[in-house]
Design a protein around this ligand. Structure first.
Ligand code: M6R
Length: 601
């Protein structure tokens, strides 16, 4: 998705903007640009392609100035071309702006503005905003932006500079994140923290419809009717190095290798001398999860934990479905929104819907200060550190871990879980990072497997119960980074249709963490083998002997409490996705068509 960066201060800003944009590359983009207040004029450099091309352009024809904005664009309206790249300008070129989000009524506004004589040069929805603000500008940019907001439908994070106000950088948001970084004698702006983290760790997060005016010496924040607001700054605990590759070939690899520490950090945050801390206030009769993608898969594991450990009803819902489905008010039910970024548009909208239906809401996120974090009273944080690769790995693992702790807390409160069993799980969780290290060290057989199977047409991942949830995540990981088509199936469901896809040599992976379901899943694996599949079983060591009698290949993880096996079993699955992507020469950290944080519906 698109990224925004901005600067106002006493330093030349071209390099600051380009560096910020480089730090946003992980979000995925197909064009980039910057605008700088150079003397009395706003000057723009922009082009389709990578930041390196923009750098080349800016080096050949540099911009000099101490206030500017930059953007990486992920095309929605119009192809990724030079003209469609941001910043966009009004007819006279007085104003330059960058935009994240989508303007839904851009067609109607465009017709109106064209009739007023505006000549459009791009196909984007964003250019409409530049002309609109220009047409409303009567010497007061704050007022013009406020009036423009009245016309715009959709979502936006905007950064605007204007020749007539050379000492102010304006920004506003609705449904798309913006953060203001506060330095000494200089101010920064970004859609994501890592873009400006090398400069400051003190950040202000804008709320919807707030307009911020950045000057060298400070920031003023106004609400939609012009009243001054005084938001409290957040101090970001992680530093810029945490958001860098640190010698690894890819962020995804680095982030997978960081998982033992992430699990340890998250465990320490929720436990103390007294054992497990309270996770959510009180107890609920039912707890549902809403989330997208990998976070949804974590929610499915969480629902399993709640049923197992707290004996309460729980289900995970895809947020984009939940927001439009008919709900029935349940005042004794809780809804927990799960999101690594805390900015996923569908998850935020689903949360609002649950709240409107009278349900108690809370959040689970990796991003302190995110929109999700700020929109609930109770947030459970995961302590995974910044996750840069588009493919979520350490955030998923810590989400699952936190949901396990949450289920244990609920079980303790409603009497479904004994103190002894709780202590036992906590002890085993304490030993988990060491076992995770052990699994992460065994990459060579997985690498060899990928080298030998990189040309497969299709793969299957099957499992029952919680293992089906793990199979879904394994398949998503593999397809998003390697583009290898794959299906996740409930093992028993395969023979109701999808088994028709099995051909000679089709790889089928069976995930087995539950002793009581082992025979059932192995029998489903046998069915695929009988139709020519090449079968792999992923299981703990105790099941290895039995698995070897059925599967062509067995990958094991160390034995552990069955409740913790999901956290171990997912590691070889992540490694499989990673090494397959490397073998196939994919852009591992920035897979095609994907964005790290999906801030549009
Ligand atoms: O930031 P979120 O956790 O809300 O993101 C949700 C999904 O977009 C995300 O998990 C996506 O599926 C990842 N690319 C998966 O690796």
């Amino acid at each position: 998705m698109c990224g925004i960066v901005g600067y106002i201060g006493n330093r030349e800003c071209q390099e600051i903007l380009l560096d910020g944009l480089r730090r946003l590359e992980y979000r995925g983009y197909d064009s980039a640009g910057i605008a700088v207040m150079q003397g009395e004029r706003v000057q723009v450099r922009k082009c389709a392609g990578r930041i390196a091309q923009l750098e080349g352009l800016a080096r050949r024809n540099p911009l000099s100035g101490k206030m500017g904005i930059g953007h990486t664009r992920w095309a929605t309206h119009g192809e990724p071309t030079d003209l469609n790249a941001h910043p966009h300008q009004d007819v006279k070129g007085n104003i330059a702006l960058v935009h994240n989000g989508i303007i839904e009524n851009h067609g109607m506004l465009r017709n109106y503005l064209e009739k007023q004589g505006c000549r459009f040069v791009s196909q984007t929805d964003t250019e409409v905003i530049a002309h609109l603000i220009h047409s409303l500008y009567k010497g007061d940019m704050l007022q013009a932006i406020r009036e423009a907001m009245g016309f715009l439908e959709g979502s936006y994070a905007l950064a605007v500079i204007c020749e007539s106000e050379p000492d102010s950088l304006y920004c506003v948001r609705l449904g798309s994140p913006l953060v203001v970084g506060m330095g000494a004698g200089e101010m920064f702006l970004a859609s994501d923290i890592p873009a400006i983290l090398p400069h400051t760790r003190d950040m202000l997060f804008l709320e919807d419809k707030e307009i911020a005016v950045l000057r060298r010496d400070g920031v003023r924040v106004y609400d939609a009717v012009g009243a001054i607001r005084h938001p409290s700054p957040y101090h970001i605990s992680w530093d810029a190095a945490a958001a860098e590759k640190g010698g690894y070939a890819h962020f995804m690899l680095k982030e997978m290798m960081e998982q033992p520490q992430a699990v340890q950090g998250t465990l320490s945050a929720y436990t103390g001398k007294e054992g497990l801390r309270e996770m959510l206030p009180g107890k609920v009769e039912r707890l549902d999860f809403i989330a997208c993608g990998t976070a949804y898969h974590a929610g499915r594991v969480g629902a399993y934990y709640l049923r197992q450990l707290a004996g309460i009803e729980s289900a995970a819902h895809i947020a984009s479905e939940y927001r439009y489905c008919r709900l029935f008010p349940q005042t004794d039910a809780g809804v927990l929104a799960i999101s690594q970024s805390g900015e996923t548009a569908d998850t935020l909208a689903a949360l609002q819907k649950a709240r409107a239906m009278g349900m108690q809401t809370a959040a689970l996120t990796n991003t302190v200060g995110s929109t999700l974090d700020r929109s609930v009273k109770t947030t459970l944080l995961t302590y995974a550190g910044p996750e840069i690769a588009v493919a979520s790995t350490k955030a998923y693992i810590t989400q699952v871990e936190t949901l396990l702790l949450l289920a244990m807390d609920q079980g303790r409160k409603n009497g479904a879980l004994s103190g002894e069993r709780l202590g036992d799980i906590l002890n085993q969780l304490g030993r988990l990072p060491e076992k995770m290290e052990e699994v992460l060290k065994k990459q060579t057989p997985i690498q060899h497997y990928c080298d030998g199977h990189m040309n497969e047409k299709l793969m299957f991942f099957i499992g029952r119960g919680v293992d089906y949830a793990l199979a879904m995540e394994a398949a998503l990981k593999l397809k998003e980074v390697s583009y290898l088509p794959c299906e996740a199936y409930a093992a028993g469901e395969l023979k109701h249709g999808a088994i028709a896809l099995i051909e000679q040599g089709t790889p089928v992976f069976a995930i087995c963490t539950q002793e009581e379901l082992l025979e059932k899943t192995l029998s489903n694996l046998r069915e695929t083998k009988a139709r020519g599949a090449e079968t792999v079983c992923i299981c703990p060591e105790t099941m290895e002997k039995r698995a070897r009698q059925e599967a062509d290949l067995v990958w094991t993880v160390p034995d552990s409490d069955p409740l913790l096996l999901p956290l171990l079993i997912m590691l070889p699955m992540q490694l499989l996705a990673y090494h397959m992507a490397v073998a196939k020469g994919r852009d591992v950290d920035k897979p095609r068509n994907l964005a790290k944080s999906v801030t549009v519906e």
